[in-house]
Design a protein around this ligand. Structure first.
Ligand code: PEP
Ligand code: MN
Length: 341
């Protein structure tokens, strides 16, 4: 930690800061400039309480040197974490593709989409049974019935399931049916839910909140990791912006940005970030080019009749084209598309 004193700080002010540092078990390092004195605290920064220094009248700024997250950081684990689910791998040189409808609506529709996306090379099937809708009057998902349909189609096709848990009360039942539990962007800072999924033995797909910084996103991952669950896959899905022509602004820089500071796999959702079918393919390909460990794409057998997110869902034919191009880009960036086959 670095403590910058205000200009005009007296020798007593400097001594007070030094005493605080020593009291907390660290070593002070004093650098006196012409106008200002800067004091470094050397040692285990976790022992330091920044508020103690912020409260001193002569202190201008207190700057931590260490990142506030530990288990999620590359300092803690220099090599990429690879999360594997039934042979589908996320992380390192592997990428996986998750595809399926926004919500589970019917057995026939889900089955048709699952067969088509599997044939095109997707590794996992998505579909919401518990849907986080902005309006309480919108379709809220089929709940337990939806989970059962996902399980049936998973058994028929061999595709593992990714589905969302909205609430701490749903975690147990979702964990019974899902292979990967999704935490949606609205719940990125639902710390009770993060703590709950941190205790289970299934990978977690954690989506970035639309108003969350990269650091806040990684702090949420830290919540899960700190409970013992080491299998967290991050998902960039866009942030709020002033641009009205897209639903959110996909922050593709988050992919290499996060990869430089964290060992966790990171995938991209081009569907919810853009909200527009015509932008899904270019953004999915750009995500892979930027180093993402996968993409999650919404696909519906008949998007015009979808009960939610119709304008962004691809048709199975669109998805075929996406996969053909994605395999090419993956090859160029040296990634292996892992579909479990
Ligand atoms: C979803 O993936 O089904 C979803 C609702 O996404 P988000 O939480 O990113 O809006
Ligand atoms: Mn959706």
């Amino acid at each position: 930690m670095i403590i910058v004193l205000k200009s005009g700080a007296t020798d007593e002010d400097v001594q007070r800061v030094i005493d605080c540092i020593v009291e907390m078990g660290l070593k002070p390092h004093i650098s006196r400039g012409e106008f200002r004195t800067i004091i470094g605290a050397i040692g285990d920064e976790s022992k330091l309480k920044a508020e103690r220094f912020q409260g001193l009248p002569a202190v201008d700024a207190v700057m931590p040197v260490m990142k506030p997250y530990k288990l999620a950081s590359r300092d803690f684990r220099p090599d990429d974490t690879v999360v594997a689910v039934k042979g589908r791998r996320f992380g390192g040189r592997f990428l996986s593709v998750i595809a399926g409808p926004c919500a589970v609506e019917s057995l026939d529709g889900l089955r048709e989409v699952a067969r088509r996306v599997k044939a095109a090379g997707a590794g996992l099937l998505r579909g919401g049974a518990f849907k986080p809708r902005t309006s309480p009057y919108s379709f809220q998902g089929l709940g337990l019935e939806g989970l059962k349909l996902l399980k049936q189609v998973s058994e028929e096709t061999g595709l593992p399931i990714v589905t969302e848990a909205l609430d701490t009360r749903d975690v147990e039942v979702v964990a019974e049916y899902a292979d990967i539990i999704q935490i949606g962007m609205r719940n990125m800072q639902n710390f009770a839910l993060l703590t709950e999924v941190g205790k289970i033995n299934k990978p977690i797909l954690l989506k970035r909140g639309t108003a969350a910084s990269v650091e806040e996103f990684l702090m949420s991952a830290e919540y899960v990791l700190s409970q013992g669950n080491k299998e967290v896959i991050l998902c960039e899905r866009g942030v709020r912006s002033f641009e009205p022509s897209v639903r959110n602004l996909l922050d593709l820089s988050a992919v290499p940005n996060i990869r430089s500071v964290s060992h966790l796999p990171i995938i991209v959702d081009p569907s919810h970030s853009t909200g527009r079918r015509d932008l899904v393919v270019p953004m999915a390909l750009s995500a892979v080019a930027a180093g993402a460990h996968g993409v999650m794409v919404e696909v519906h057998q008949n998007p015009q009749e979808a009960l939610c997110d119709g304008p962004q869902q691809l048709t199975p034919d669109d998805f075929d084209k996406l996969m053909a191009a994605l395999l090419e880009i993956a090859r160029v960036v040296g990634k292996e598309v892992s579909s479990g086959e």
